[in-house]
Design a protein around this ligand. Structure first.
Ligand SMILES: Nc1nc2c(c(=O)[nH]1)N[C@H]1C(S)=C(S)[C@@H](COP(=O)(O)O)O[C@H]1N2
Ligand SMILES: [Mo]
Length: 256
């Protein structure tokens, strides 16, 4: 036992020392080399340790301006069919607020201006939709961890749930929603985007804000976010599978 414990401590220290290098993309030592060096010490690691090692260093590929697609299409909802959303849109989202509640110390409501005043991140990434299309685009937004920290998540919180403005049925009761775990929530490339290709995020792509969770497939990137809730489990949310498409049978974990 003590042996395993020491090993974990060793790994944690190692991660603390190397993550800065990895996150800046200075990747001289290839990922696989680095990984196998650690594994070659002759002892098998727990799945959790594997996951920790891999996830901390994995960045989604970023591209240059020259590699950007000429345009970025809209998929799924292109204009939410709800009176509430349409009223907000008419006002240029001046009255829109993002509510953050659930397992947090301090529930908050943020305006778009407040989100735009937070530190921002811009990234050029490739979006992959399971329906068979991909596109490279530039996204600018507030890192999700900056936004979440304002609400002070409690330690029991395991997932971040995004509630969207678009009803997915005719009676307007079943809304698009998605969820990610804390590891993806705190990843540096996970942002609440309010710009696409240097322009204000268009309605067709999720205005006023949409999630970018770059190591995951398209359907995880919730558009038209109205509320974010921190939860321990999603049993009692809609179909209980953590997302609109997950309730229809898609995988919850749609990442690399
Ligand atoms: N609220 C909401 N978010 C959504 C969807 C949607 O229909 N509603 N479609 C998803 C799917 S399947 C994809 S591929 C992307 C498409 O984003 P885009 O419209 O900006 O291309 O958004 C995802 N997020
Ligand atoms: Mo998609």
């Amino acid at each position: 036992m003590a042996h395993i414990y020491d090993r974990r401590r060793f790994l944690r220290r190692l991660l603390a020392g190397t993550s800065a290098v990895i996150l800046t993309g200075c990747d001289k030592l290839s990922n696989s080399e680095w990984f196998s060096n650690i594994l070659s010490t002759g002892e098998s690691l727990s799945i959790n340790a594997h996951h920790l090692l891999r996830s901390r260093k994995t960045m989604a590929q970023e591209f240059s301006e020259a590699e950007m697609s000429p345009s970025f299409r809209s998929n799924g909802t292109s204009f939410p069919n709800s009176a509430e959303y349409q009223t907000l849109a008419k006002n240029g989202f001046a009255n829109w607020t993002l509510e953050i509640n659930g397992l947090v110390e301090k529930p908050v409501k943020l305006t778009l201006a407040q989100i735009q005043q937070l530190p921002s991140r811009t990234q050029i990434t490739r979006h992959d939709c399971v329906e068979g299309w991909s596109a490279i685009a530039k996204w600018t937004g507030a890192p999700l961890h900056e936004v979440l920290s304002l609400a002070k998540p409690l330690t029991q919180a395991r997932y971040v749930v995004f509630y969207c403005a678009d009803p997915m049925d005719d009676d307007g009761t079943n809304f698009y929603y998605e969820s990610i775990d804390m590891e993806d929530a705190y990843h540096v490339q996970t942002i609440l985007a309010y710009k696409l290709n240097d322009e204000t995020l268009p309605i067709k792509n999720g205005a006023p804000i949409r999630l970018r969770v770059e190591r995951q497939l398209g359907y995880k990137h919730a558009k038209y976010i109205m509320r974010i809730a921190l939860v321990e489990k999603f049993d009692d949310i809609a179909g209980g599978k953590g997302g609109y498409w997950e309730d229809e049978g898609y995988e919850w974990y749609a990442g690399v």
